[in-house]
Design a protein around this ligand. Sequence first.
Ligand code: SAM
Ligand code: SF4
Length: 326
Amino acid sequence: MAIDRFGRNIHYLRISLTDHCNLRCVYCMPEDMTFRPNAELLQDDEILLLMRLFTQLGFDKFRLTGGEPTVRAHVVDLVRGIASTPGVRSLSMTTNGVLLSRLARPLAEAGLQRVNISLDTLDPEKFRRLTRWGKIEDVLQGIQAAEEAGLTPIKINAVVVRGYNEPDVVDIAALTVDHPWQVRFIEMMPFAGATDLQLNQGVTAQEVMSRIEAAFGPLEVANDGKLDGEARIFRIPGARGEVGFISTVSEPFCASCTRARLTADGRLRLCLLREGEVDLLTPLRSGATIQELREIILEGIWYKPWGHALSEGVIPLNRVMSEIGG
Ligand code: SAM
Ligand code: SF4
C-alpha cells in the first residue's frame, strides 16, 4: 500500500499518454505550443512496466489523459496492455472526444471502461474560439460513439471561462435532462502557458450553480451528498443525469486526495498544482532494479504535498496543464 505522511492511501494514478494535442484550448496551452519529441516520452513497454509496479503498490484506479490521449500512436494496443495488468479495477480516459467516433469501439474492446469528454459549450462558433480550431460536430459524434460502445456512464467536463462560455452553462446542464450523463463544471486553474487568462477569467462553481438554478430552480443533492471523485453532485429535478461541480480553486478537496500523476515524460507528480516531481524516466532508462524504482515511488508518495496553495498565490509554472495530465 502507498501511504503519504498524512495517512492518505494513494491508489489512483492519472497517466498522461502524451503531451501532444489536436486542439489548442485557450485555458490549457498557447497557440504556438511545441511538444516533446517522442524519444523523451515514456514508451509503451516503459508504461506497462510502471503499471505493474504501481498495481503491486496497491494502485487500482487509473485514468488515461494527456495532452490528448487518443493521438498517441497505437493507443488501442497500449490500452489493451494497461487494462490487462493484474490489479486494475477501474480504467477510464479523459479525452476531447474528437477521435472517438472511430476509436470508441476499439478502445472499449481493448478494456477501457469509461470516458470523460470535454465540451465547454454547445455553440459551434464559441467551441471553435475556445479550442482555437475544433469542430463541435466531431465531439458530438464522439460522445454518441462512446455511448454506443458502452463507455458509460458518460461524463462531460466543462471548463468555464469568463467572456467565452459562462452563459452556456445552462445549455450544457440541460443535456442532463434527457441524457443519463454527468456534466461536471470545472473551475479554471492557473498553470504556465495561459496564466493571465486563467487568473483573470475564472468563474467559481458557486456562480455556475447560481446560473443553473436561475434557469431550472433549486438543484437536488445527488449521490447522498458524497463527493464523486472531486465533484459535488446534484440533479436538476426530474433529470436523467447529474450536474457536478469541481471547485478546486474556491473549495479545495486536498484532504481526501488519493491521486498521483505520471507525466508523459515519466515524472511522478504528486500534486497537480505543485511543481514538485520525481523523475522515474532516468532511473528506468539507466537500469534501476524494480526494487529501486519501487523505493523511489514510495518515497515520492510519502512526501506528497498536503495540498495546493493557490489562495497564498503559489502557482505552478513549470509546466502547462497538458504536460502534466489533467
Ligand atoms: N485533452 C483531453 C481533454 O481535453 O479532455 C485530456 C487532457 S485535458 C488537460 C484534461 C482536462 O483538463 C480537460 O477536461 C480540460 O478541460 C481540463 N483543463 C485544461 N486546462 C485547464 C485549466 N487551466 N483549468 C482547469 N481545467 C483545465
Ligand atoms: Fe488539448 Fe485537452 Fe488541453 Fe484542450 S484541454 S488543448 S483538448 S489537452
